[in-house]
Write a protein that binds this ligand. Structure first.
Ligand code: DGY
Length: 323
């Protein structure tokens, strides 16, 4: 039997590529640079499956191909707002993602950002490296403690729940949650969490606010000027979800006007380009989209994609089908 032809848009962990080579007729993007719209469009006539990731902009133009050979996009990543899902559906193409396997590591990076922002770790590291540290003193780089504070989690899916676990059991934080649908009580009581009625209530009550909702048009600029005005001026905002959830200009203005105390970002609008306005704030912690960046997780993500496309080629519904 001929092996399905697969295109992988970026380089993946070696262990996953090795398995993939045995099972499929696979083409790797050796340059490891994002592919263009034209390249994806052409690929639709050549490959049975395309395995894109978060850096690939799969717009509706990509799907304007008559009788595409591609029948599945096995996305490497949990977020899929970079893929035009209605266009994929219209073209009869299945899309899958990689949930679960990255929840722990993304929650860990959320706590990393919370601690870095609260304890001014970015400023401190820059001071040491620049040779400007003059030694210990009682008023040096004073931050705020996270123990016992209130954490507001927006979007209470798998990652949000892992964040709650770490914050509640590790730091005794009080957890409040805002989510589109009602969260079952048996889930909330695991971390003694309380679901609030609306976003404003969460923003007003939280010392830390962490975003774990999907990106895309539905949540574009969910956090903008109006929302910053609701926050405490001691609040710390963390975004490990998607850049578009936060309105950059409103964030810059909130930092400039001291409407909030600090921000921790692992995701950005228009990655890898960072709004230059953010770079001048010492109290903005900026990480290069590291949420899932551990060997264990990146391998698990790859194997999860392989599970999905294996299901598909065996005629089954992929376990993580999103379209
Ligand atoms: C995802 O999976 O969507 C992350 O943002 C990258 O790991």
């Amino acid at each position: 039997m001929t092996k399905p032809k697969i295109l992988v848009s970026r380089r993946w962990p070696q262990a996953v590529e090795d398995v993939m080579k045995q099972k499929y007729d696979v083409t790797f993007n050796i340059s490891d640079e994002p592919l263009s719209t034209t390249a994806f469009k052409e690929a639709l006539s050549v490959y049975d499956a395309i395995l894109p990731t978060v850096t690939d902009k799969i717009s509706s133009d990509v799907f304007e191909v008559k009788n595409p050979r591609t029948k599945i996009f096995g996305n490497y990543g949990v977020g899929y707002s970079h893929i035009d899902i209605p266009a994929a559906k219209a073209a009869g193409i299945t899309v899958s993602n990689t949930p679960d396997v990255l929840s722990d590591c993304t929650a860990d990076i959320t706590l990393t950002l919370m601690l870095m922002a609260a304890r001014r770790a970015g400023e401190g590291e820059r001071e040491v490296r620049s040779g400007n540290w003059s030694g210990w003193r009682p008023n040096h780089l004073i931050g705020t403690r996270i123990t016992g504070k209130t954490l507001g989690i927006i979007g209470y899916g798998r990652i949000g729940r892992e964040v709650a676990k770490r914050a509640h059991f590790g730091f005794g934080m009080k957890i409040i949650v805002q989510n589109r649908s009602k969260i079952n009580n048996d889930v909330l009581i695991r971390t003694n969490a309380q679901q609030v009625d609306n976003l404003d209530e969460l923003l007003e009550k939280s010392d830390f606010i962490s975003l774990h909702c999907p990106g895309g048009t539905e949540n574009k600029h969910l956090i903008s000027s109006k929302q910053f005005k609701k926050m405490k001026n001691t609040a710390i905002l963390i975004n490990t979800a998607r850049g578009e959830v936060v309105d950059d200009e409103a964030l810059i203005s909130a930092l400039r006007e001291n409407q909030i105390a600090a921000v921790g970002l692992d995701v950005f609008n228009d990655e890898p380009n960072i709004n230059p306005g953010l770079l001048k704030f010492q109290n903005a912690i900026l990480l290069p989209h590291l949420g899932s960046a551990t060997q264990e997780t990146r391998e698990a993500m790859g194997f999860r994609v392989l599970d999905n496309i294996a299901d598909f080629f065996e005629g089954k519904v992929p376990r993580d089908r999103v379209a």
